[in-house]
Design a protein around this ligand. Structure first.
Ligand code: AMP
Length: 293
């Protein structure tokens, strides 16, 4: 599955992308993250992008298109990907169409997260506060001034993509103001409606383009079925269990009988002995008496 997440800064694209990654077993390709990594590593791309990013401007198209093209060729992107933060302009969208065509890949859907702009500033403020709490490094472009610039750039350069993808019947618009899990569910429903995922996709890594993982999972499933079947008694096993039960009952009965018999025998023996002893005693007494006389 290959999808694009569209939305202004603070709309929750990153959060949703991560959840989709877990659910469908695909990778998130975020140009912003890749550029930040390049800046941190001090690569030529990073050096080019650093100032532009800090001011909230857009890095040249050829730079981001190059990064994305290379990233899509990586083995982990074979199962599918979510583009987050790319394309950001119509020329980038056209470049993406070309490179996907060249790589014989198809785009399944473009999901737009629509949010109330007045809420964006407070969302970004919350994000910054949470990152500080966790001791994480805060982005240099997460300030109210730069955010205002990023929003203006979204409106003028990225919003035209809504028309671009809607014309190509790829666009799905989701209310990004809902709770995080509601947005995730809404995205899943849209992907279902577009046929990008199969109806039974409830958990991790069950996407349509995930046939290889599904095939890998299949033997495990079969195994699971087998062990479940093994737990379920067969007719023969049931019969065997029944006869074993019968045999056990018989054995208990037999044991009881045997105990009774032994008890009877012992009692008889004891009685006989007692009688003999008594008789002997009595005889001795009689002999003694007679001798006295
Ligand atoms: P993001 O993390 O998506 O908000 O991106 C952070 C910054 O990286 C943006 O403000 C831009 O300066 C730069 N950037 C990310 N993606 C692109 C892109 N597709 N085209 C141009 N610049 C980008």
């Amino acid at each position: 599955m290959r999808i694009i997440l569209l939305g202004p800064p603070g709309s929750g694209k990153g959060t949703q992308a991560q959840l989709l990654v877990q659910r469908y077993g695909i990778v998130q390709l975020s140009t912003g993250e890749m550029l930040r990594a390049a800046v941190a590593a001090g690569t030529p791309v990073g050096l080019k992008a650093k100032e532009i990013m800090a001011s909230g401007g857009l890095v040249p198209d050829e730079v981001v298109v190059g990064i994305i093209s290379d990233r899509i060729d990586q083995p982990d992107a074979k199962n599918g990907f979510i583009l987050d933060g790319f394309p950001r302009t119509v020329p980038q969208a056209e470049a993406l169409d070309d490179l996907l065509k060249h790589k014989h890949l198809k785009l399944d859907a473009v999901v737009e997260l629509r949010v109330n702009e007045s809420a964006l500033l407070s969302r970004v403020e919350t994000r910054v506060a949470q990152m500080r709490e966790r001791g994480e490094e805060v982005r240099v472009d997460d300030t109210p001034e730069v955010l205002t610039k990023r929003l203006a750039s979204y409106r003028s350069q990225t919003e035209p993509l809504i028309h671009y993808y809607s014309e190509r019947r790829k666009l799905s618009t989701i209310d990004g103001m809902m709770a995080i899990d509601e947005v995730t569910r809404a995205i899943h429903r849209q992907l279902l409606a577009l046929g990008a995922v199969e109806p039974k996709t409830h958990g991790k890594a069950h996407g349509k383009t995930h046939a290889r993982s599904a095939a890998k999972a299949a033997p495990a499933k079969k195994g699971a079925k087998k062990s479940r079947a093994a737990k379920k008694p067969t007719k023969t096993a049931k019969k065997a269990a029944k006869s074993a039960k019968k045999a056990a009952k018989k054995a208990v009965k037999g044991a009881k009988k045997a105990t009774k018999k032994t008890a009877k025998k012992t009692a008889k023996k004891t009685t006989r002995k007692a009688v003999k002893k008594g008789a002997k005693k009595a005889a001795k007494k009689v002999t003694k008496k007679r001798a006295k006389r």
